[in-house]
Design a protein around this ligand. Structure first.
Ligand SMILES: *Cc1c(COP(=O)(O)O)cnc(C)c1O
Length: 359
C-alpha cells in the first residue's frame, strides 16, 4: 500500500496552472508585485472578507514582518506553547522574549483567563494561535490588550476561511498572519500573508516586504519577502477549488467522528464558528496509547503526525525554562490524523480500527 501521510498537497488540474504559466511567459514578469500577485491579493481579500492583505513568501516571514512593523520597544511577547515552532521562533528571531501562557484543553488555544497574570512592565504584545483553525477567545484577548495597551498578532496559519460570529477570523487583532505552505488547507506552494485593519500598518508592511523602497525613494529598513508570480498562479488555481476542498474534508471529518470511539477526545468545533476542516486532532488517554497507535499505523504504512509535540515552552534554545502543564500533557497525547482531498474511506476505517483497539 502507498504511504499515507497526515496530509497530501492538493494539486489543481495541470492545465489550470499551465494557462497562468503561459501568461507569465508572455509578460516576462516573474516577480516584484506582478499582475497575478495583485489579482490573488484582491481575490483573497474578497474570499476572506478582510482589508489590506499582503502576500509574502511564507508564513514565518509574515510573522516576523508583523512583529517588526509594529515597531515595539524590546521586551516580551506573550504566546502559546502549543503551536508549530515558527510561532515561537519568529518572536526569538525578532529579539523578543517569548512568555508562554498555558492552553485551554478543549480548543488547544491560549487560555485567555491566564494571560493577565503573565503581563509584566516589559510585555509588548500577545501572539495567540487559532490552533487547527479553532478560534481563540478573541473578544477576551482584545479586551486584555486594550486594557494593558498591548498589540495583538494572531497566528492564523490554520484558520484560512474560518468565520467566527459571522466575521472573518483573520480580521481580528492589530494583524493576523496566514500560511499558504503546501501542507496547509489553501496553498501557493510556499506563501503567506499579513492582514491588518490598520491602514498605516498596512502601508508599512507593503514597503517592508520589498526592501523598504519605492524606486529610488528609500523609506525604511526592509527585507525581501516578495511572492513570485508562480506562487500567485498556484494560489489563483487553488482558490477556485476551495468550496469543494472544504466539502470533501468535511466528509472525511464526519466519518472519523462516526467511527472513532468516544474513549478518545475528538475535535469539537466551538460555538459560533464556521469551520474550515483543516485538521483532525485527537487526544488519547495516555502517551503509551498514542505511541501504540502510531506504531500500529506505521506498520500499515500510515503516518499521522504528533502535532504539536513537543510543547514549545520546552524548546532547548529558550533562555529560561517555563512551565505549561496543560500544554505539555496534551502535547504528549495528541496527534493529527490523515485528512485531505482524495483520502479513501477504507483508510479512514483502518485508522479508526487501530485507534479504537488501542484506546
Ligand atoms: C505553518 C505554520 C507557520 C509557518 O508558516 P510557513 O508558511 O511554513 O512559514 C506558522 N504558524 C503556524 C501555526 C503554522 O502551522
Amino acid at each position: 500500500m502507498d504511504r499515507i501521510n497526515v496530509t497530501k498537497t492538493f494539486l489543481p488540474p495541470l492545465e489550470d496552472y499551465q494557462r497562468y504559466v503561459e501568461q507569465i511567459w508572455e509578460r516576462d514578469q516573474l516577480t516584484n508585485q506582478g499582475p497575478l500577485l495583485i489579482e490573488l491579493q484582491k481575490k483573497l481579500e474578497s474570499y476572506l472578507k478582510v482589508p489590506n492583505l499582503h502576500m509574502v513568501t511564507n508564513g514565518t516571514l509574515a510573522l516576523q514582518i508583523a512583529i517588526r512593523a509594529l515597531d515595539m520597544p524590546e521586551g516580551e511577547i506573550i504566546t502559546t506553547p502549543f503551536s508549530y515552532v515558527a510561532t515561537t521562533s519568529s518572536i526569538l528571531w525578532e529579539h523578543f522574549e517569548p512568555v508562554f501562557v498555558d492552553i485551554e484543553p478543549n480548543t488547544f488555544c491560549i487560555d485567555a483567563a491566564k494571560i493577565e497574570a503573565a503581563i509584566t512592565p516589559k510585555t509588548r504584545a500577545i501572539m495567540p494561535v487559532h490552533v487547527f483553525g479553532f478560534p481563540c477567545e478573541v473578544e477576551k484577548i482584545d479586551a486584555i490588550a486594550q486594557k494593558h495597551n498591548l498589540r495583538v498578532i494572531y497566528d492564523a496559519a490554520h484558520a484560512f476561511g474560518v468565520e467566527y460570529k459571522g466575521h472573518s477570523l483573520s480580521s481580528y487583532g492589530d494583524a493576523s498572519i496566514l500560511s499558504f505552505h503546501a501542507t496547509k488547507l489553501f496553498h501557493s506552494i510556499e506563501g503567506g500573508a499579513i492582514i491588518t485593519p490598520d491602514q498605516s500598518l498596512s502601508d508599512k508592511v507593503e514597503l517592508m516586504k520589498r526592501f523598504g523602497h519605492n524606486g529610488d525613494e528609500h523609506y525604511m529598513l526592509g527585507m525581501n519577502a516578495k511572492a513570485s508570480e508562480f506562487q500567485a498562479a498556484m494560489g489563483l488555481c487553488n482558490l477556485t477549488y476551495m468550496e469543494d476542498i472544504i466539502k470533501k474534508r468535511r466528509a472525511v471529518t464526519d466519518l472519523y467522528n462516526e467511527l472513532l470511539t468516544d474513549k478518545v477526545q475528538k475535535p469539537v468545533v466551538p460555538a459560533d464558528t464556521a469551520y474550515n476542516y483543516a485538521y483532525y486532532a485527537i487526544v488519547m488517554e495516555t502517551e503509551a496509547q498514542l505511541l501504540g497507535a502510531l506504531q500500529s499505523l506505521e506498520n500499515l504504512n500510515i503516518f499521522p503526525r504528533r502535532y504539536f509535540y513537543p510543547s514549545l515552552n520546552t524548546l532547548p534554545y529558550l533562555r529560561a525554562a517555563q512551565s505549561c502543564p496543560v500544554s505539555e500533557d496534551i502535547s504528549r497525547r495528541i496527534m493529527c490524523l490523515p485528512l485531505y482531498v482524495g483520502l479513501e474511506d477504507e483508510i479512514v476505517r483502518k485508522v479508526c480500527e487501530v485507534i479504537n483497539e488501542q484506546a
